[in-house]
Design a protein. Structure first.
Length: 184
């Protein structure tokens, strides 16, 4: 699976008529060609657990390498927060990515950690701001380094979040093609 096929075009489309302070939680947008487009309308901040192999600070990008629960942003800081193919990895052992061999990651208790991260991100969002999230959806399951959400788990996340407006879109990868589908 490659998020550049469906998620990045979707997120770039969502961002095209917006501006302000942007937080990319998980560093999915850390590609020079994307950042060059984004810096025209956004002050871009990237948060990820491990230092990036390619860093674009010279473009004015702000990087923080931290666990999401340790972030110290003030409440109501960002106009838009993206969390693309990231939340499902929270609380799992992600050391096999080997971004930094000096950091030893061990699996920790996942119970409620994903929810705590979601609430933390939501707190960083300005009133009227947008929190744009993508998650794997289908049969509920825990795998080596991620959790797949089903209808019930997703509903629980969204109900607890108490967002003013929720818009859900679903895509299915079949026969090497991404297709927009219903939740069912």
């Amino acid at each position: 699976f490659d998020e550049r096929i469906v998620e990045i075009p979707w997120i770039m489309n969502e961002l095209k008529n917006k501006s302000g302070k942007l937080l990319d939680a998980g560093s999915t947008l850390n590609f020079k060609y994307l950042l060059q487009k984004l810096i025209k309308n956004f002050e871009v901040n990237i948060v990820t657990l491990y230092p990036e192999k390619k860093n674009y600070e010279y473009l004015g990008i702000n990087y923080i390498y931290s666990d999401f629960l340790n972030l110290k942003y003030k409440k109501n800081t960002f106009d838009i927060i993206t969390c693309i193919s990231t939340l499902e990895h929270v609380g799992f052992d992600n050391s096999f990515y080997k971004y930094n061999k000096n950091i030893k990651s061990k699996e920790i208790q996942r119970t409620n950690k994903q929810m705590k991260v979601l609430f933390k991100l939501y707190d960083f969002l300005k009133p009227g701001g947008n929190l744009l999230i993508t998650l794997p959806f289908g049969k509920r399951g825990k795998y080596r380094n991620l959790r797949q959400f089903d209808k019930d788990k997703l509903k629980k996340l969204l109900v607890k979040l108490k967002a003013r407006k929720i818009e859900k879109k679903f895509f299915l990868y079949k026969n090497k093609i991404w297709k927009k589908v219903s939740e069912q």
